[in-house]
Design a protein around this ligand. Structure first.
Ligand code: FAQ
Length: 325
């Protein structure tokens, strides 16, 4: 009984801190569910960045020019960096990186549905930058003000880099759309394939979202899935118009009364199939991550052996000093 009262009080003080807009730091008291929700969301985000390298990595050797290749390489490396900041942020909550890797490699962990779709042409590099990074920015800018300090700080840098990614993608689309008829067709085809998965990427509708209500209270999420999805549609439609491309949705129309675009129904059945592991590339993505992990074993072993040698050397050097002291 006494314990429950103490926990209630702590939870109230915690909620008051959140309501005042204070940042929660790793050593602060936090409800267990707050800690677990963060481990879940930040690690899923980290896994998404790491798996997200694969669809684009597929095109590095086939980029059409040296300039495109350099930009794509830099983008994919940035994604690795984002994964690492996010794994570090997750570790501050008391989970080890090895545990997180195990969850990803065994298929237990979720990562974003969007990365289970194939990249069939060079135009997909444009569409991913424009749409997927565009969606990521809209989702992640509010996360720079999320209540957990290490996550919020990681997101500041991530968002700056995502902004470059979005622009390089849009520029690829613009070049293709100003090119030959066949190039414009490639761009349209990429838009047709990536549009709906990009909308689904924001997560299930608010009414069906398990975590939104609590996450909004704790200011983990600053906007709901549907609010962010609407913002994405409103920003992206005029960008498609500039490209001269058609968004593959006959129901997409400006609604004067709402001051937003109306849009058609997302295929949620497809979304859940992909989330449950039955998307076009889920098996391929997990196999590629496991292969990279296995083939990288010698690097981890070498780094560990080096660290142990350095440690032994330091111990040897400080031993006489300690004896003298
Ligand atoms: N895919 O109750 P909610 C990027 C799951 S990074 C798979 O609404 P929540 C950069 C969800 O986990 C992209 N699963 O959940 C890049 C939950 O399952 P659980 C990743 C999804 O957490 C660009 C269940 O459905 N971004 O793109 C998805 O409140 C280009 C119920 O959902 C982030 O992770 C999905 N799309 O809201 C890299 C941002 N959506 O865990 C390379 C941070 C939902 O109970 C190239 N995360 N689920 O088993 C977030 O903002 C949130 O976690 C949401 C989901 C909005 C993704």
């Amino acid at each position: 009984m006494k314990n429950t009262t103490t926990t209630d009080l702590l939870e109230k003080q915690f909620q008051d801190r959140i309501d005042r807009g204070e940042s929660i730091e790793p050593k602060d008291w936090m409800p267990e569910k707050y800690r677990k929700t963060h481990i879940r969301q930040i690690s899923q985000h980290a896994h998404s960045e790491i798996v997200g390298m694969l669809p684009e990595g597929n095109w590095i050797t086939r980029a059409p020019t040296l300039r495109r290749k350099t930009a794509l390489l830099a983008k994919v490396q940035d994604e690795a960096g984002h994964g690492l900041y996010l794994y570090s942020a997750t570790e501050t909550l008391g989970v080890s990186r090895d545990e997180l890797f195990e969850q990803l490699h065994s298929g237990k962990a979720k990562y974003s549905s969007i990365f289970n779709y194939p990249t069939l042409s060079w135009a997909d590099m444009g569409a991913i930058g424009w749409l997927v990074d565009g969606a990521a920015i809209i989702n992640q800018v509010p996360l720079t003000r999320t209540s957990y300090g290490p996550y919020a700080r990681a997101m500041v840098r991530v968002c700056k880099e995502e902004s470059f990614h979005q622009r390089q993608g849009y520029e690829i689309m613009l070049t293709l759309c100003n090119g030959t008829e066949v190039q414009k067709q490639m761009a349209q085809n990429a838009l047709d394939r990536w549009w709906w998965p990009s909308l689904a990427m924001f997560g299930p509708p608010d009414a069906e979202s398990t975590h939104t209500e609590q996450s909004m209270k704790w200011k983990i999420k600053r906007k709901t899935n549907d609010e962010l999805r609407q913002q994405f549609v409103d920003i992206t439609k005029p960008q498609a118009d500039i490209l001269g491309l058609t968004i593959p949705d006959p129901d997409l129309k400006w609604n004067e009364e709402r001051g937003h675009y109306d849009f058609g129904e997302i295929d949620w059945e497809e979304f859940w199939q992909v989330v449950k592991g039955h998307g076009p590339c889920n098996k391929q993505r997990l196999a590629a991550r496991n292969k990279a992990w296995d083939e990288g074993a010698w690097v981890r072993d070498a780094a560990l052996a080096y660290a142990e040698k350095q440690e032994a050397k330091r111990a040897e050097e400080t031993a006489p000093l300690q004896k003298a002291g």
